[in-house]
Every structure is written in structure tokens, then in C-alpha cells.
Design a protein around this ligand. Structure first.
Ligand code: NAD
Length: 403
């Protein structure tokens, strides 16, 4: 393990003891993601080229991009340096760009004052967050970037949900024993498959668009009535219910028990006639809503497929098992884990561009790191800083309360 370099040594911009403001490049380090099944990388050569042009020194851990098909030599050609081990990577690094949250062991390698940017999965990563607090590491959580127009270019939840929705539709088609498009052939006419999408947020809309391109008949449902227009604009039929559960910030609110019963009834009828059901319904900070009961699964046709994108937060289908594919009543139920990692080349590219936009907020017009994170986007996504957990719900969880 490396000896951590003190923040004073690496303040990065003005070297200790120097007389004037001699600019030193800000070192941005990108580790190889070590979480099982994680093939993405936090930056890609195209973005490295822009960062080095802007004056950053970019260091990439050896093989960090291999899982996403960005070999070391492309990073070198783009101006990055390759570090052979984490110690070499982090020595003097001011900013660390990650995809998955750091582990406690990762945090222990960071010098005080290092800025880490990536997904932090705060509710499930409390130990590492406490360690970042104690080691006075600064962490920005991309999940906390507000969904405002100015932040669209750094909205990693959206870019990765887009990738997830695409893969979900492909997975559904791959597991379906039917053609998706209508076919008129000498051997007869084939009717198009029916694909039902439950939850028409970012992932759902991408799944709809992908299933449409494959030629299926697509129906979709969301509790937010505003989603109807978006669903129709990508050529699918929107299933209407007398509920509008638009909550704060464009997200859905939890339904009342009466509304839930009404929803279940309509959803069950639609599920029963579908060949592929892709579920993406989520409510921030809550268990995923239960939309497909085991009784409803029993009414589906044998050979039907459910792809439950909400598997990680409890599943929209009662029978889903996270990370597994099971078969019940002849129905294949897929509870996928980390779908964006299956299109690692493009999901990494989109993620890297999100981070590039985010990084731009952290430097002033002279390319110096800013000290006050007062910008609305930075303030909202600042999870840990200077020995404090800045995100209230995470602070509550750490002190043993409910968020
Ligand atoms: P999400 O992942 O939190 O949820 C996915 C979808 O599930 C949402 O559309 C939600 O309404 C739906 N849902 C929740 N409970 C449901 C239920 N019981 N039945 C059916 N559907 C249910 O959402 P997301 O994809 O992250 O997007 C949430 C919202 O944020 C959307 O309105 C989206 O357009 C908006 N958004 C805005 C911006 C921006 O302005 N920058 C960026 C991204 C998303």
C-alpha cells in the first residue's frame, strides 16, 4: 500500500514554498474498477484528450479500460500516463474518477483532501463514507446531481439508465421464443410480439424505443401522467389509469393503498397479454413498487419473459431474484445486475462525458481548483467534505436514524 501523500504536498496547484502562483497540473487519477462484473471505466481516450488539452494530468491505472475495450495504448496516445499500480496512480492525485463507490480499502489509499467523484450508493456504502469523513476525503455522489436543465450533461443516472433500458430490451428479445416484428412470409404471417414496459422514466423510454425498433407492438404504463406524451412520442401505446402520482422533482410518489389496487388490476391484465415485460418502476429512496404479483405471473403465457430492471431495489415482480434468471410457470424472470456494464464501451463513453462536464464546475477560469462548493450542482452532490458528511439523509443513517 502507498504512503498517503499529505494534502499540503499535493495541494496541486501552488507547490509548497513557491514564491508565485506557478501552476502545476491537477492530477486526475482513474483506477481500474474492481467490483465483480464491472466492465466500465470512468474515463475514455476521447475525454482524456480534452482534459489534457485543458491542462490536467490524467493518470490511468494499467488495464483500467480493458473491460470497456479501451486499451492502454489509446489512453497514452490521448496524452494520459499509465500507472502500474494504485500507489503510483494515486501519488499526488488531486481528483479520483470512479464508476463504483470506493471500498474502505480504496479510501485508505487516499490522501487527505483528495476529491473522489462517482456513484457513491450512499445508503449501502456507509462504512466507506464514514472512512472518507474520517480521512477528510471529499466525495461527490453523481446520484445526487439535481435533475435540472443545467446539469443534464453531467446526469450519469440518465446516461447509465439509457444503457440499461437498451440492454433490457435486447435481453428480453434474446430470451423470447418469438420474433418481435410482424413478418409476412411464404410460410405464413407472423404477428408481432407484444412488449409491455412498466415505468417510463429514462430506462423505460429507451427500452420502448429499442423494442419499437425491433418491430414489436409496445405498450407502456407509468404513474406519472406526464410520461404519456413521451411514451406516445416514441411510438408506443400508453396505458391510462385515473392516477397521477407525479411527486417532487419529476419523480413518482408512493401510491395510496386504493391506487395500488387499481394499478395492480390494470397492470395484471396488460402483463397477461404480453410476450415480454420490462419493468423499471422506481421511487427514489424506497423499495421498488410491486407491480407484478406471483398470481399475475401464473396468468402469463409459457415462454413469456420478464426483465426486472428494479431487481436491485427489491424488484417490481414478486418472484424476481436479484442477479439471477429463474423460470416459474414457464415464464423466464430475469433480475439483472449492472446492465450498463454489458454495453461497457458506450456506457463508459457517456459516463466519461458526464464526468468531464462535472469536472468543469470544479475549476475556475484560470484552471485552478475552486475551494467553495457553492454552485447549486456541487452543493447538492457534495456527500463528504472536510471531515463532515454533508448529505443529510446519509448523515442520519450514519448516526443510526432513518433517512
Ligand atoms: P426512476 O428511475 O426514479 O423511476 C422510473 C420510472 O418509474 C419513473 O418514470 C416513475 O414515474 C415510474 N414509477 C414509479 N412508481 C411507479 C408505479 N407504481 N407504477 C408505474 N411506474 C412507476 O426515474 P428516472 O428514469 O430517473 O426519471 C424520473 C423523472 O426525472 C422523469 O420524469 C424524467 O423525465 C425526469 N428526468 C429529468 C431530467 C432533467 O430534467 N435533467 C433528467 C433525467 C430524468
Amino acid at each position: 500500500m502507498s504512503t498517503p501523500v499529505s494534502a499540503q504536498d499535493v495541494k496541486g496547484i501552488i507547490p509548497a514554498g513557491s514564491k508565485g502562483p506557478v501552476s502545476m497540473p491537477i492530477v486526475v487519477a482513474v483506477p481500474k474498477e474492481m467490483a465483480p462484473g464491472e466492465h466500465r471505466v470512468a474515463t475514455v481516450p476521447e475525454v482524456v484528450q480534452k482534459l489534457t488539452k485543458s491542462g490536467y494530468e490524467v493518470r490511468i491505472e494499467h488495464d483500467a479500460g480493458t473491460g470497456a475495450f479501451y486499451p492502454d495504448d489509446l489512453y497514452i496516445a490521448a496524452g494520459a500516463k499509465i500507472a502500474s499500480c494504485p500507489a503510483e496512480l494515486l501519488n499526488g492525485a488531486r481528483i479520483v474518477l470512479r464508476v463504483q463507490p470506493p471500498t474502505v480499502a480504496d479510501v485508505d489509499q487516499l490522501a487527505e483532501g483528495t476529491i473522489v467523484i462517482g456513484f457513491m450508493n450512499p445508503a449501502n456504502n456507509l462504512e466507506a463514507i464514514a472512512r472518507m469523513r474520517d480521512r477528510k476525503v471529499t466525495a461527490f455522489a453523481l446520484e445526487l446531481v439535481p435533475r435540472i436543465t443545467r446539469a443534464q450533461s453531467m446526469d450519469a443516472l440518465s446516461s447509465q439508465a439509457t444503457a440499461g433500458g437498451y440492454v433490457a430490451a435486447i435481453l428480453g428479445a434474446d430470451n423470447c421464443p418469438k420474433f418481435l416484428p410482424m413478418l409476412t412470409t411464404a410460410a405464413g404471417t407472423i404477428r408481432p410480439a407484444i412488449v409491455l414496459i412498466l415505468g417510463a422514466g429514462v430506462a423505460g423510454l429507451m427500452a420502448i424505443a429499442t423494442a419499437k425498433r425491433l418491430g414489436a407492438l409496445v405498450e407502456a404504463y407509468d404513474v406519472r401522467r406526464a410520461a404519456g406524451e413521451q411514451v406516445r412520442s416514441v411510438g408506443a401505446k400508453f396505458l391510462e389509469l385515473e392516477i397521477n402520482a407525479e411527486g417532487q422533482g419529476g419523480y413518482a410518489r408512493e401510491l395510496t393503498p386504493e391506487e395500488k389496487a387499481q394499478e395492480q388490476q390494470m397492470v395484471s391484465a396488460a402483463v397477461a397479454r404480453a410476450d415480454i415485460v420490462i419493468t423499471t418502476a422506481a421511487i427514489p429512496g424506497r423499495r421498488a413498487p410491486l407491480l407484478v404479483t406471483k398470481e399475475t405471473v401464473a396468468t402469463m403465457r409459457p415462454g413469456a419473459v420478464i426483465v426486472d430492471l428494479a431487481a436491485e431495489s427489491g424488484g417490481n415482480c414478486e418472484l424476481t431474484q436479484f442477479g439471477k434468471t429463474i423460470r416459474e410457470h414457464g415464464v423466464i424472470i430475469i433480475g439483472p445486475q449492472n446492465l450498463p456494464a454489458r454495453v461497457s464501451f458506450h456506457s463508459s463513453l457517456m459516463y466519461a462525458k458526464n464526468l468531464q462536464s462535472f469536472l468543469a464546475l470544479l475549476v475556475d477560469k484560470d484552471g485552478m481548483l475552486i475551494k467553495e462548493f457553492t454552485d447549486e450542482i456541487l452543493a447538492a452532490s457534495l456527500l463528504v467534505h472536510a471531515g463532515d458528511v454533508r448529505h443529510g439523509p446519509t448523515r442520519d443513517l450514519l448516526s443510526g436514524g432513518t433517512p
